[in-house]
Design a protein around this ligand. Sequence first.
Ligand SMILES: [Zn+2]
Length: 315
Amino acid sequence: MVFRRATQSARVMTFLTLLAAGCSMKDAEQAPARTEQHQATVFTVNYPLAYFAQRLAPENVNVVFPAPPDVDPAFWKPSPEAIGRFQGADLILLNGAGYARWVRHATLPKSRMVVTAKGCRDTFLPAQQTASHQHGPDGKHAHGDTAFTTWLDLRLALCQASRVREGLIQLAPASEEAIHGRFAALEHDLTQLDTRLRAVANTWRDQPMLASHPVYQYLAEAYRLRIESMHFEPGEALTPKDLRAVDALLERHPAKLMLWEAQPLPTTEQQLRNRGITIIVVDPAAQPPSDGDFLTVMTVSVERLTCATGTEACR
Ligand SMILES: [Zn+2]
């Protein structure tokens, strides 16, 4: 997706605040005894991996997710300087499934690299782009053959988190026990959310659904949702051609729900509502949210899906 400009400055602020907070906390903790100790650095290609690393890492490990807040990290093209920072990291956490294509062309030190989704499944899902696939005027991007938003299957996310754990243990063997303890807490959180998501998804099981963007393949498979994707951006108005594509899709896939990565424009929401479609924002959280963290973003998505079933009171 292309991130909405309105949230851009908020994201920059959050990012800077987090950076500042992270640094000053670490500095304060380190100051008395550990000044001579090397502060290990972990670089990640997306926010979910940074979140897992932050949850699991010992105090003296600095987790850095360097993509600018206004880009989709899946399609980010880092500068040579940014690639240099990745190359210099003590641990490099990659996603796998073709995520962040730049890593194929960069020379990264294999011994310090963990491809977190590797081996978590036998095969990755195809991106399955249909004739409705389009590229917006700005921020053109193509999705390639493989679907990469792996972490929206929370069991797959847990598998990736376990690879992060192994990488961190190699990096900081003295903290092995603490890392295992932190992993148990993360495992509990992700498993609980997976159970909630599974329960609400059961309600939608046989109902056709739409998605604004081809990023929900693993969510659909894991939770057995019947999702067909368009290729729309939340901040861009739908063209007459887009609307014709929606109508054509609705003919064979009569959906009443449509997942969006972020709130679309009011006109878009109205145009979809006119077609009997309710919008549910399910933020894939590839970037840090302006408020909360990976877990709270996922929890809100589960709540929105629950709310749309009409079985529970909604906020
Ligand atoms: Zn796209």
